[in-house]
Design a protein around this ligand. Structure first.
Ligand code: IVH
Length: 355
């Protein structure tokens, strides 16, 4: 076999770095650095070189996002650190009660700093990075066992295949939400309608259906986005910041999308003001959120608070009121049970309520 010219190796390296960088600017920061045609030229050059020198193709190359062959089934994955759920609050009173319990448990009357962010209406995923390279993606499942969806998360442009920058732990599990922005969802359904295919009922269902595809080629055509909202397993002895907000900043520097709406707020009053501001911004966001999440920012305090069964004591989801619609009771049937009990059943005129 002819030796590979050093200039080719160097050029491939350079093209990969440049493409990764422009992917990051375009997809993660929403701030393109070059025109689409320049980007396409870089990709075409890389594809040609990799075609000429297939021995230089690596799984982390930007050409290999949709590399894998379709699977027969999704494998099960055990989560080393359980993926917890969140307790809900629906009223200002319940939010204040959450804050009161936090301070009572910590034995303090001082105001608590909370990291505040939107509650994205998507699906929680776990992304494992070893040596800075994405090695596994999994669904949350029941919190202890999920499904291996590595082949699909690799196709999501906001999921880094290789971490950027430096300082990341050798083993780092990043957690976040995969969701489908509304514009992408509308375009997907428009295409499906034109082709006489089944339309998705809402962006969340579309995201869920996309992630569980066996063929990464299908997921690759779905306009999915991943935004991080935590970390799971981390290499022993690694030093991450001691505040959630600072960890989010690190994750952003390593190439992840962290919500642009994230803030640190003080006390229940700060949380409520954030909630009200997000109620007003909700429709302008371009993606569905079903509430806001508040997390005690100081990880030392988080540890002291711990968790109960499936939810941490240091976080709460303040949910928006569910969408409401009016409809008509068209008929009332009375059903007779085995014991003779009568159960009235209302037949409603069908109406669309957020899917
Ligand atoms: S934190 C222990 N942050 O909500 C903390 N979750 O109801 C667990 N979610 O399973 C998650 N946006 O799928 C967190 N900013 C956010 C979130 C968020 C959406 C989802 C996530 C989680 C569910 C819990």
């Amino acid at each position: 076999m002819d030796p590979i010219p050093a200039a080719v190796v160097a050029r491939i390296d350079e093209l990969r770095s440049r493409i990764d960088h422009h992917n990051y600017l375009y997809f993660v920061l929403d701030n393109p650095g070059i025109s689409d045609s320049e980007y396409d030229r870089l990709m075409a050059e890389l594809r040609t070189l990799e075609g000429d020198y297939p021995q230089l193709v690596t799984p982390t190359s930007p050409t290999q996002r949709v590399g894998a062959a379709p699977l027969l089934a999704l494998e099960q994955v055990a989560h080393a650190v359980p993926m917890l759920s969140l307790d809900n609050a629906f009223t200002e009173h319940e939010l204040c009660e959450f804050d009161r319990r936090v301070r009572e448990r910590l034995g303090t009357t001082q105001e608590i700093e909370y990291a505040a962010e939107p509650k994205l209406d998507g699906l929680a995923v776990s992304l494992l990075y070893e040596g800075g390279v994405l090695t596994r993606g999994a669904t949350r499942g029941d919190g202890h066992t999920g499904e291996d969806i590595t082949h699909n998360v690799r196709t999501i442009a906001t999921v880094p295949i290789r971490l950027r920058g430096e300082g990341w732990p050798a083993v780092l599990e990043v957690r976040g939400e995969v969701y489908m922005p509304r514009a992408g969802f509308d375009a997907l359904n428009h295409r499906a309608r034109l082709q006489g295919e089944k339309v998705f009922v809402n962006p969340r269902n579309a995201a869920a259906g996309s992630l569980r595809q066996l063929d990464p080629g299908v997921a690759a055509t779905r306009p999915l986005v991943m935004a991080c909202h935590g970390v799971g397993r981390v290499e022993e002895g690694a030093s991450l910041p001691t505040r959630y907000s600072a960890i989010m900043q690190d994750l952003a520097a390593w190439g992840f999308r962290a919500s642009a709406e994230r803030r640190v707020v003080v006390g229940a009053a700060g949380c409520f003001a954030y909630y009200q501001a997000m109620c007003d911004r909700r429709t302008a966001l371009g993606y569905d959120i079903d509430g806001v999440v508040f997390k005690v920012d100081d990880l030392g305090l988080q540890q002291r608070l711990g968790f109960v069964s499936r939810a941490p004591r240091w976080a709460v989801a303040y949910k928006f009121r569910a969408e409401e619609e009016q409809t008509l009771v068209e008929q009332i049937e009375v059903r007779v049970g085995r014991t003779g009990a009568l159960t009235p059943v209302a037949r409603l005129r069908p109406v669309f309520v957020g899917g």
